[in-house]
Design a protein around this ligand. Structure first.
Ligand code: SF4
Ligand code: SF4
Length: 394
């Protein structure tokens, strides 16, 4: 048995922190879907321990067990042993990448390490997608990509892009996000406007790159490390790095602690301190969808609710304890059936509630919800809703 071969592997302390109590099983979406122990957090940790103790190897079975995990981290907040499941998963996937470097994994490493972080290539991809959207040809895209892409916003929004600046950075540094800046530019624009209204100095360093979250989640630790170091240099003069994508901010908070934050935390703090106003209630209802990387990874649910309340909206809560919508980074592509089932379940719960306005602070969730809710729903980031309400009130 080979055991671990890289320095990124799960730590012995992390693995032995699991006391096998099973409290995480009911909150785990993949366990709920299948009822299989190997699709539960406890079962996955046991598989990691078997490799760590030399009783099993990083083989096809291990790969299958870990690949089926969403990385939603719903298992973390309920765990009495405070098992750092997210880092155990990333370490295990780094081992799989190192020991089982299939052509598909190498292709993903290249896409996540070279294509996604290169704005020129992302712009070309965006132009292609915009043409397909305009000609109603998204339906010709291969199945597992088609469903995801059908949840895109219309891509005719180049004027909304917030361009990276070459100015000397300082104050709050905005991470524009490789996908966010191309496909959801309105969110970054709202972030800059609200941050400046709240009295923050904002900079958008020109040399920034992808945060590496997608690469880390897929097991490309060295790619994530390289991108992280590039951003350490780009944001060196900024007090706090702020991201408008929950998945990116969770990755940054894991890396920088208090030196990074999600945009919802910063805007909610400004509202709390009276630097941004609470608007009168409009009577309009909004369903709040918590991205896993806010609710579970950052344990943050209050800020987005405060922002929506400040926008004058009445909150309608989902009663599914933050069950993942199935988007989960590359999961829609890698595990299309499980992803679709979770997307259907989430959309079903939302449609039972009534309101057709849905708040989501993560672009992947937004695309998944739009793909399954279909037409008639407006799905936006909470800060976009707040800015829109501010504009209505002059
Ligand atoms: S809740 Fe924590 S300690 Fe209990 S089985 Fe799950 S991971 Fe292990
Ligand atoms: S990250 Fe999510 S899918 Fe994976 S084991 Fe934890 S709860 Fe289950």
């Amino acid at each position: 048995m080979q055991g671990w071969v890289t320095e990124h592997h799960p730590t012995r302390d992390g693995l032995t922190a699991c006391v096998q109590c099973g409290l995480c099983l009911p909150v785990c979406p993949t366990f709920r879907l299948t009822g299989r122990e190997t699709a539960s957090p406890r079962g996955r940790i046991q598989a990691m321990r078997s490799v760590d103790e030399g009783q099993a190897s990083v083989d096809a079975k291990f790969e299958e067990i870990l690949d089926f995990c969403l990385g939603c981290r719903a298992c973390e907040p309920v765990c009495p042993g405070m098992v750092p499941y997210g880092s155990l998963l990333e370490g295990s996937r780094a081992e799989i990448s190192a020991q089982r470097p299939t052509a598909y994994r190498r292709l993903r490493r290249w896409v996540l390490g070279r294509v996604v972080p290169t704005p020129a290539l992302m712009r070309i991809l965006t132009v292609v997608l915009r043409i397909l959207q305009r000609l109603h040809l998204i339906r010709l895209v291969p199945g597992r990509f088609r469903r995801s892409l059908s949840g895109l916003r219309p891509l005719d929004h180049a004027p909304n892009r917030v361009d990276r600046e070459s100015d000397e950075p300082g104050g709050i540094g905005l991470l524009t996000g490789c996908i966010q800046e191309q496909w959801f530019p309105e969110v970054n624009r709202a972030a800059v406007e609200l941050l400046r209204n709240a009295g923050h100095e904002v900079s958008i360093p020109a040399t920034q790159t992808c945060c590496g979250a997608l690469a880390a989640h897929d097991g490309h630790a060295e790619v994530a490390g390289r991108l992280g170091e590039a951003n350490d240099r780009a944001f060196a003069a900024c007090g706090t790095i702020v991201a408008t994508v929950a998945g990116c901010s969770a990755h940054l908070v894991d890396r920088h602690g208090d030196g990074a934050a999600d945009i919802t935390a910063v805007i909610a703090a400004a509202i709390d301190e009276g630097r941004l106003p609470m608007l009168p209630r409009s009577g309009q209802k909004v369903v709040v969808q918590d991205p896993c990387h806010l609710r579970h990874a950052q344990k943050s649910i209050r800020p987005q609710r405060l922002i929506l309340e400040a926008a004058g909206l009445d909150l309608v809560e989902l009663d599914d304890a933050g069950m993942c919508c199935g988007a989960a980074g590359l999961y829609t592509i890698l595990q299309p059936e499980a992803s679709a089932e979770l997307g259907r379940q989430k959309a079903g719960r939302i449609s039972e509630l009534g309101p057709e306005l849905v708040a989501s602070a993560n672009p992947g969730c937004e695309m998944q919800l739009r793909a399954f809710l279909g037409e008639g729903y407006e799905i936006r980031h909470p800060i976009e809703m707040y800015l829109q309400a501010l504009r209505r009130h002059g």
